[in-house]
Design a protein around this ligand. Structure first.
Ligand SMILES: [Cu+2]
Length: 164
């Protein structure tokens, strides 16, 4: 009986057939637009903790997602986020855990302007200078004392030698 009710509600809420529902685990989905040579959302703003999914299936050309260090770069950042080799079908998901602006390209089509960005939170990565540790604070005096100590011993040894 409750099933019947849910079915009715589902029918009302179901999006049109050409607009697939967002897959579970994704807050946003970025696909390929009608030109086949661009992402369908190139300037997305999300909140920290949200997941963006780059998903396409059976595209006529192979595409990928490669993080770049700076806007305008056409080569991927080594060690950056990377969906791998460009493919006709891709399901690549990234969860963003801090404020940043994430710039990315499609490697084969970057020079043709196939690029995008995701602004996460404030869009500005917080730069934290690490607090000096206890060891750092005391390292210099300790080292100086050691050097002075060695110097004093050397002086004694040298002056001792001179006596011989
Ligand atoms: Cu591409």
């Amino acid at each position: 009986m409750s099933n019947g009710v849910i079915h009715v509600i589902d029918k009302v809420l179901m999006p049109p057939a050409d607009e697939p529902a967002i897959p579970e685990g994704c807050d946003y989905v970025i696909g390929i637009d009608d030109t086949g040579l661009a992402y369908d959302n190139i300037d997305l703003a999300i909140e920290v903790g949200q997941t963006v999914c780059w998903i396409w299936e059976g595209e006529s050309m192979a595409h990928n997602v490669a993080e770049i260090s700076e806007e305008g770069d056409t080569a991927r950042m080594i060690g950056g986020d990377y969906s791998g080799e460009s493919m006709e079908t891709v399901d690549y998901r990234l969860t963003f855990t801090e404020d940043e602006t994430f710039h990315y390209i499609c490697e084969p089509h970057a020079t043709m302007g196939m690029v995008g960005k995701v602004t996460v939170g404030t869009g500005v990565q917080e730069v934290t200078t690490p607090e000096p540790t206890y060891e750092d604070e005391n390292n210099t005096p300790g080292f100086t004392a050691l050097v002075l100590g060695v110097a004093a011993i050397s002086a004694v040894v040298l002056s001792g030698r001179r006596r011989w």
